[in-house]
Design a binder for this molecule. Structure first.
Ligand SMILES: [Zn+2]
Length: 455
């Protein structure tokens, strides 16, 4: 891979992302993926048996969608229970002998629910990783000569150790596996000593490093001269205030990765993550309540589902129609940054959904629109629910604090603007009740957006 100034890592595939051609090729490859799963993976064969179908019965994408109800954590937990946590049996059932013979690394996510989500890495996976993360790194400006300090957890962390294979074909790029476990002092010290040019890790760690820099390095974090931060595993890089703070303090470009095969772009306004893997993985949205498909149109919102087109070498998604329960909003119109691939933003979790006269609405999506009106409003708001969710009888009721500099006479005009934008972006026309600035209680940790009046 030479030509340092080419636009994409993969000039054959990436210009085709999000085009009818590449979608056509997905349809061509799906039957092989289904047959592989049926023949090799007991978990998948059982799904097909339960639906009463064989691979050859699935003649269209609609057949495929009907036959496979999306699966995720819940189904995995059932498998753990069925095999009484005998992990050898669990792996064999979930992934099949063919892949288990090719098993290379066993990692997990940190598993907040007690049972960790398995993230196996197969030898064949490492090739897919090298390709897809080559694309991601290239878009984030990674070039030969760069040194990437790995600040994700390295112990049993799905994003940490596998990193070492993510960039294995990015010749000229050096990885420095420091790991979150090393602690902020050593991370800072080694980044300085080894002259790292890029950092990958969680946004909260990146923020924490800013606070410690003066004490440990005797200089602000900017003195490290990092050019790029690749951040993931939690929201942050997509939150405007967090991103601008990181960019300003580090003097570096900030890129959001994760929750799928995607990376954000350098456009000054966050545009979501560009999906860069149409040739490896099929992306769908579904309605989290009815599980019906949601067409991938500009602005569509739904629960994201992933189907690997080469299951034997998948990275995070190994099953047909696998879901992380994340709710995404997609943008299929061309991005102003000029890069290919539709974009997705994470707007919530499936269990957060409200339904306003059939229209799914997520608190995080409302927050996104609200944030766009700061400083004319403070950004604090509540969604007032008079009945148990998800059903909401319209209009959706919002309490919104106006900004300190706004005159009450200007509120009707501001209200119209917000309602119009909500209608355009989210297809709802909320009823707004204005509150004086700083009336609502501020939470120190996770902000609660719902005011449950029915309780
Ligand atoms: Zn873009």
């Amino acid at each position: 891979m030479e030509q340092k100034d080419r636009k994409y890592w993969n000039m054959d595939v990436e210009p085709l992302l999000n085009t009818p051609e590449i979608r056509g090729s997905q349809m061509g490859r799906l039957p092989r993926a289904i047959r592989y799963c049926y023949e090799n993976v007991p978990f998948e064969r059982r799904r097909m048996d339960a639906a009463g179908v064989k691979p050859e019965d699935l003649r269209s994408f609609e057949d495929f969608q009907r036959a496979f109800k999306p699966v995720g954590q819940t189904e995995f937990r059932q498998v753990f229970e069925e095999f009484e946590l005998d992990m050898d049996k669990v792996w064999l059932h979930l992934f099949g002998k063919d892949r288990m013979d090719d098993l290379f690394l066993l990692t997990t996510t940190s598993g907040t629910t007690g049972v960790p989500t398995p993230y196996p890495v197969f030898h064949k996976t490492t090739d897919t990783m090298a390709e897809l993360f080559g694309r991601i790194g290239w878009r984030a400006g990674m070039r030969p000569g760069d040194k990437l300090a790995v600040g994700f957890g390295l112990s049993m962390h799905a994003a940490g150790t596998p990193h070492l294979f993510w960039y294995k074909r990015s010749y000229g790029v050096t990885l420095i596996p420091i790991g979150a476990e090393a602690g902020t002092e050593r991370i800072l010290t080694y980044m300085k000593l080894f002259k790292a040019t890029m950092f990958s890790g969680t946004p909260s760690l990146a923020l924490h490093l800013i606070e410690r820099a003066q004490e440990v390095l005797g200089a602000p974090i900017r003195s490290l001269g990092l050019k790029t931060l690749l951040l993931g595993a939690e929201p942050g890089a997509g939150i405007p205030e967090v991103r601008s703070r990181l960019e300003n303090e580090y003097g570096a470009g900030v890129f959001d990765i994760g929750a799928g095969y995607g990376v954000s772009c350098g456009h000054p306004e966050y545009q979501g993550m560009h999906w860069i893997a149409d040739d490896h993985c099929m992306y769908e949205l579904i309605d989290p309540e009815t599980l019906e498909p949601v067409p991938l149109t500009h602005g569509a919102i739904g629960q994201a589902c992933f189907t690997p087109l080469e299951p034997e070498s998948g990275i995070f998604f190994h099953h047909l129609r696998f879901t992380l329960n994340d709710i995404h909003q997609v943008f299929t119109d061309p991005c102003p940054c000029g890069f290919s691939g539709f974009r997705y933003k994470i707007v919530g979790r499936a269990d957060d959904m409200l339904k306003v006269k059939g229209t799914p609405v997520y608190p995080a999506a409302i927050q996104g629109v609200i944030n766009g009106f700061v400083p004319r409003i403070t950004g604090a708001f509540r969604i007032v629910l008079t009945e148990k969710p998800p059903r909401v009888v319209p209009p959706l009721k919002l309490k919104v604090e106006f900004g300190e500099t706004v005159r009450e006479a200007d509120l009707p005009g501001l209200e119209r603007e917000i309602v119009e934008k909500m209608h355009r972006m989210l297809h709802i026309r909320p009823a707004i009740t204005w509150l004086k600035p700083f009336t609502l209680e501020r939470a120190s940790k996770k902000t609660q957006f719902l005011e449950k009046q029915y309780e």
